[in-house]
Write a protein that binds this ligand. Structure first.
Ligand SMILES: NC(=O)c1ccc[n+]([C@@H]2O[C@H](COP(=O)([O-])OP(=O)(O)OC[C@H]3O[C@@H](n4cnc5c(N)ncnc54)[C@H](O)[C@@H]3O)[C@@H](O)[C@H]2O)c1
Length: 385
């Protein structure tokens, strides 16, 4: 199978590597020769390391790189069964690329976008035959993160969605189907992981080190929210928060915060600039958390109940199935447990009571309880039998 990837940045190069490792003939296209060269050098280094670690046989690394054509010539995509676009997040530029792709590819070539925040329907509108547009959303770093969200648009033919999913499954990924709505599953449901953590900090309830300690040590999350935001980069994380907020017609539930905006304005973008919520400069000592069990448990529950509420609402609004919502959060962002399963364990009534208490206390729509949780509590239901 010939697969083409457009854009050889962080995501495109990762996706090209996966496709080539799974035996595809790959064409990796970028407008920048420098980006193409960087992707090739990156592949050579990563694959050589996989040989050293015994994860690939001697020589297999070279075979994989040889399967990839690194180019700035878009016409090389001719004859592809599938093209995945992973260029800059700009609708007009993406539309132009898809118009070009349509001219070069066969009628039945699957045309996919790895966009994180644009609607697949809007990208598909650039095509004369939009029934083969689909969202195939990988997570960073693509070769390591198992989850891929498959997002059919309103225009997408059912067969295209089935075929796209089959291909990505055959690459050893865990696929979930998500509705074409802002943030799809993961970037929608995960908003409170950052937003509520910052809110708790802004209220002076606890500092970042304490919140991170609570979420990792008591909550079982692999990384605390502040460490994770510093890792992702505040420019990137703030941009996703803002675009989800706008895309939801300014629903207060997704409102970004000033604290993160100020970090972006100050150029304190996190690890990559040496300073974010934490100082990564030479000799800087990480701040000590306040290891108070009761405080920690309150912090974890407040963030967790907000996450559960989002997950329940995503199910309520048919964004994805119960299983896919839980899989998405465990395989896409390494949550220790699916949120709906967690809701059952905590008790649906307890979730509703906490959301109602928060809303009474703050008087904000941000804390409104999902109608699904309320209905389930009333009827004594659980998400799983
Ligand atoms: N970075 C992430 O964590 C992440 C995760 C999932 C999805 N995404 C999505 O993946 C896409 C790419 O993100 P990224 O982080 O890899 O970006 P990036 O900036 O690392 O790479 C983008 C590449 O696209 C190239 N490019 C720009 N215009 C082009 C064109 N017309 N034709 C060919 N190449 C072109 C650029 O030269 C650059 O090399 C975006 O849509 C983004 O929303 C990103």
């Amino acid at each position: 199978m010939k697969t083409s990837i457009i854009g050889s940045g962080s995501m495109g190069s990762g996706i090209a590597q996966i496709a080539a490792q799974n035996g595809n003939q790959v064409v990796l296209v970028d407008t920048s020769q420098q980006a193409v060269d960087k992707a090739k050098a990156g592949h050579e280094k990563i694959l050589a390391r996989l040989v050293e670690k015994g994860k690939l046989k001697e020589g297999e690394n070279l075979e994989i790189v040889n399967r990839i054509t690194y180019t700035t010539d878009m016409s090389q995509v001719v004859g592809s069964s599938m093209v995945i676009e992973a260029i800059i997040e700009n609708l007009d530029i993406k539309k132009k690329v898809f118009t070009q792709l349509e001219e070069l590819c066969d009628q039945d070539t699957i045309l996919a976008s790895n966009t994180s925040s644009l609607s697949i329907a809007s990208i598909g509108s650039a095509l004369k035959k939009p029934d083969r547009i689909i969202g195939i959303h990988f997570f960073n770093p693509a070769p390591l993160m198992p989850l891929v969200e498959i997002i059919p648009a309103v225009q997408t033919d059912k067969e295209v969605a089935v075929k796209a999913r089959e291909i990505i499954d055959s690459w050893g990924k865990v696929t979930v189907i998500a509705k074409d709505t802002p943030g799809f599953i993961v970037n929608r449901v995960a908003r409170p992981f950052y937003g509520e953590a910052v809110r708790i900090y802004e209220e002076g309830f606890a500092d970042p080190a304490t919140i991170d300690w609570a979420m990792t040590e008591l909550g079982g999350f692999r990384m605390g929210p502040f460490t994770l935001m510093d890792f992702i980069g505040h420019d990137v994380n703030y941009a996703v928060s803002s675009s989800v907020f706008e895309a939801f017609y300014y629903d207060p539930r997704y409102r970004p915060n000033f604290t993160q905006k100020r970090l972006v304005e100050a150029g304190w973008l996190g690890r990559k600039t040496g300073r974010g919520f934490y100082d990564y400069g030479e000799g800087a000592k990480p701040p000590e958390p306040v290891k108070d069990q009761n405080l920690g448990e309150d912090i974890v529950w407040r963030i967790l109940v907000m996450l559960i509420n989002e997950a329940a609402d995503a199910l309520y609004l048919n964004i994805a199935s119960r299983e896919d919502i839980d899989l998405a959060m465990t395989k896409g962002v390494n949550y220790p447990k699916g949120l709906l399963q967690w809701a059952d364990e905590k008790g649906i009534q307890h979730c509703v009571d906490t959301m109602d208490r928060l809303q009474r206390e703050y008087g904000e729509d941000r804390y409104r309880c999902s109608p699904l949780l309320r209905k389930m509590a009333r009827e004594g239901q659980t998400f799983y039998p």
